[in-house]
Design a protein around this ligand. Structure first.
Ligand SMILES: Cc1cc2nc3c(=O)[nH]c(=O)nc-3n(C[C@H](O)[C@H](O)[C@H](O)COP(=O)(O)OP(=O)(O)OC[C@H]3O[C@@H](n4cnc5c(N)ncnc54)[C@H](O)[C@@H]3O)c2cc1C
Length: 285
């Protein structure tokens, strides 16, 4: 462990642990006065807004378990493993390594300088990142460390709790057959938190029925959500105008966005319902 010293401005210690156990013990030792930091791109926005910087920052930069990528076989299914420390830009630039839906999501996050530093782990852990809907649409799993053990958890379960574990990696099923979409609405091209981010995926079988439907949404101040009821309504269906109208209504009822100073929840529901229905109709024809 290297103690990097203190910053002259805010008297913060930056710790550089080299193992998960060390990182966890530091957090336990300093508690509320400490935070894990990966790229720091989100955390710096908090300090810029006047929030106090923790007096101990525990850098995840030297955590080998969070680096790299590869293939993993879990219960007979092949997954792509992405270390939590992979940057958004690395993901964006490597179409040959990663699923196109992930690449598409990474492309739509922030500007190059932020993508160069910002990590996938940080994007997920902050709870509102734009990678989350894409990963939910792909049935991604997380590998987590909770101070006792390393274990896997579906991302769809992770987002339901205030999980404080360290994210070690993300496991994404290697399924290139699914049709997918990803759309993000912002107030302007450069960074402002997304108003709404929508991702979805499904298979279309030989009878032109939709199967394995996944719909996920989030946005700025809106907590990520899977639309289970709407997915169920689409599962096994063939698309007709009447059915799409019903799906539109159910999304409108099921999606619970927040209202923020610039966009109402009603507006967000309208955009989400329109986007999902039109993307599914486009991809299923
Ligand atoms: C100009 C600008 C534009 C941005 N645009 C977007 C955007 O369009 N979409 C978007 O989603 N985000 C955006 N962001 C926010 C941010 O850059 C990204 O979400 C980024 O992926 C965060 O990753 P990071 O490594 O920098 O996280 P950090 O800032 O280092 O950490 C964020 C949080 O995650 C925790 N954390 C980090 N890694 C782990 C881990 N492995 N395990 C457990 N906890 C961890 C930290 O403790 C902290 O609470 C933007 C930020 C800026 C400054």
């Amino acid at each position: 462990m290297i103690r990097q010293g203190t910053t002259s401005l805010i008297d913060t210690c930056v710790w550089m642990p080299t193992s998960l156990e060390e990182a966890w013990d530091l957090k336990k030792k300093y508690g509320e006065n400490a935070a894990f930091i990966a790229g720091g791109t989100l955390m710096q926005t908090h300090w810029a807004k006047g929030l106090n910087c923790p007096s101990h920052l525990i850098s995840l930069d030297h955590m080998n378990e969070m680096k790299g990528w590869g293939e993993e076989l879990v219960n007979g299914q092949t997954y792509t493993r992405l270390g939590a420390g992979i940057t958004l830009d690395f993901c964006r630039q490597n179409k040959n390594l990663f699923h196109p839906l992930l690449v598409e999501a990474a492309k739509n996050i922030a500007a190059p300088a932020v993508r160069n530093r910002g990590t996938i782990g940080g994007n997920i852990a902050n709870g509102f990142g734009d990678m989350i809907p894409a990963l939910l649409a792909m049935d991604a799993f997380l590998t987590l460390y909770d101070g006792n053990s390393t274990h896997s958890l579906p991302l769809s379960d992770y987002i339901k709790t205030n999980n404080q574990s360290l994210i070690i990696s993300v496991l994404v099923p290697e399924d290139q057959t699914k049709r997918f979409f990803y759309k993000k609405l912002c107030h302007r091209e450069a960074f402002t938190p997304s108003v709404i981010t929508v991702a979805g995926s499904f298979n279309l079988n030989e009878k032109r029925k939709l199967t394995a439907v996944r719909l996920a949404l989030s946005g700025g101040s809106t907590h990520p959500q899977r639309l289970y009821e709407s997915e169920q309504l689409l599962e096994g269906s063939t698309l007709t105008n009447n059915h799409l109208q019903k799906v539109y209504q159910v999304i409108n009822e099921e999606f619970i966005p927040s209202t923020d100073p610039f966009s109402t929840a009603t507006y967000k529901r309208l955009v989400a319902s329109n986007w999902v229905v039109s993307e599914i109709a486009r991809l299923a024809t």
